[in-house]
Design a protein around this ligand. Sequence first.
Ligand code: KIV
Ligand code: NA
Length: 275
Amino acid sequence: MKNTVQTWRQAKQDGVKIAMLTAYDYSTAKLEDEAGINGILVGDSLGNVILGYEDTLSVTMEDMIHHGAAVSRGAKNALVMIDMPFMSYQTSVYDAVVNAGRLMKEGRGNAVKLEGGKEVCPQIKAIVDAGIPVCAHLGLTPQHVNAFGGNKVQGKSTEAAQSIIDAALAVQEAGAFAVVLECIPAKLAQIITDKLEIPTIGIGAGVGCDGQILVYQDMLGMFSDYSPKFVKRFAEVGEVMKEGFAKYIKEVQESTYPAQEHTFKIDDDVLDKLY
Ligand code: KIV
Ligand code: NA
């Protein structure tokens, strides 16, 4: 069954958890979709895990459209959400609507996601008014890395925690259909989840959220540049890949690959006529 903003709201009401992962290409999206994932985020984390940047700031609209369209072609039942990259919505409400529209028209997503609270509520409202579902993103918002002075747990003081609660209520009021809570204390995420009618999707925010999301390379053990505390490795795919690569290299060097069964034949009488 196709996941939609309506099925997600129903899931929250029924206490059914929402499982999300990131994907950035067709074949990974297809595998996640076939496994039964509820939502696929084409995250601007592609700046880190696909393009090798140190942060997400250099990711462009063209990057998001290119990868978004690939994922959308691979996802049948998952709700595809595409991140709005840095400076595609902060600059004005007009820019936000135009760029969200491009992610839907060219990237073929089912929703967009953007970072921030009260300060982006006019953008959220205008995008939603254009018929585009918006997911908000609060707590550790990686596009604010320079303002935060690094990637740290957010909402630990009373003032900071209250401002995340207020922001969550504000983005819901502005029309967001869901909110990602990243790297905040579990008890704060639980309070927000209880207060909101829209589903909360946690990453480093404890088990009390309505759903969870992880970057797939992190949870499959494919990315070793850094490993946050909240990541659980559900498989060691990186090791399996390295083993496979090493076997291939060895067989090429030893001329044991390709073997007869991988090889095309030509009839001898055809060969005999060659000069
Ligand atoms: O870009 C991303 O992958 C994200 C998730 C980690 C929530 O925003
Ligand atoms: Na992101």
